[in-house]
Design a protein. Structure first.
Length: 280
């Protein structure tokens, strides 16, 4: 039917009909490439997956699931480049600038794919909160805080969206980056209410409490993160040390900074923790 409509457009030169399939349009073959790509992702072979998924969207631009997985791959590649910049090594100068530019390219590719997912979903009156949450994090990366808040809120309008804690965590952190500590605390409390073991959300809530100078609550939250072996968040150990300094517990602070360094000695955060420890 779609091919017939596009043929009619060509014959009548009607300018209002868009979305005509290209000469290689083949949804069935596209779905095969999508399934192979999804299987490669399960096998942790992202480059092979990316090749298959790009074939899928070429053969069928309306394959939203292929667009989504491509977006996720590009997002993870962006995060990997940021981690190389800040965690695997602590790059500086031109090297850091170039690495950040490469990461930004990946996040823009991610955004392009996921915006297509959302567009296709809206056309079919479906919800894609999973794509919206990734988009909210892309906006957060580019410091487009109002946009991040809007995208996270839109993700949360779907009452069937199960991992609500993820979007609540993104929303809370966007409020924090915007300078709204009250809004940040509210949403981050909700995130750990929905998932008590959401250690990123709990660390972020501790950071909000620290900035509000509520050091007792900050310590209560951050201790739950640093004592959980499933949550190796280096920033949490740094925050633990800073909070203990505020509470005049200097030996505990020094121990927190030491554990911060041990988690990842080559990261930029380790350099900060070493400096803090020397000042005690």
């Amino acid at each position: 039917m779609r091919q017939l409509l596009c043929t009619a457009w060509i014959l009548t030169l009607t300018p209002t009909l868009g979305g005509c399939p290209g000469p290689h349009y083949n949804p069935k073959l596209a779905n095969t490439h999508y399934l192979i790509g999804a299987d490669y992702i399960r096998k942790k072979m992202p480059q092979a997956a990316k090749s298959e998924l790009m074939q899928a969207v070429k053969l069928d631009p309306d394959n939203s699931d292929a667009h989504y997985l491509l977006g996720v791959i590009f997002f993870m590649e962006g995060m990997n480049k940021i981690n190389l910049l800040e965690r695997v090594q602590c790059l500086s100068g031109i090297a850091a600038q170039e690495q950040r530019q490469e990461a930004n390219k990946e996040f823009r590719r991610c955004e392009k794919q996921l915006l297509e997912v959302v567009r296709l979903a809206e056309r079919e009156r479906k919800e894609r909160s999973d794509a919206l949450n990734y988009l909210a994090n892309v906006s957060l990366h580019f410091k487009r805080y109002e946009e991040s808040i809007s995208r996270a809120k839109k993700a949360l309008t779907n009452i069937l969206y199960v991992p609500r804690h993820l979007s609540l965590g993104t929303l809370g952190w966007a409020y924090y980056q915007r300078g709204d500590l009250v809004g940040a605390a509210r949403e981050l409390r909700q995130s750990i209410f929905h998932e008590p073991r959401f250690c990123v959300g709990r660390y972020r809530l501790a950071q909000v409490y620290y900035d509000q100078k509520n050091y007792d609550k900050a310590l209560e939250e951050v201790k739950q993160v640093t004592e959980d072996k499933a949550c190796p968040i280096q920033e949490a150990h740094e925050l633990m040390g800073l909070t203990l300094i505020k509470k005049k517990e200097l030996e505990g602070a020094r121990a927190a900074f030491d554990s911060c360094v041990k988690l990842n000695p080559k990261s930029c955060i380790s350099e900060k923790c070493r400096r803090y420890a020397k000042r005690i």
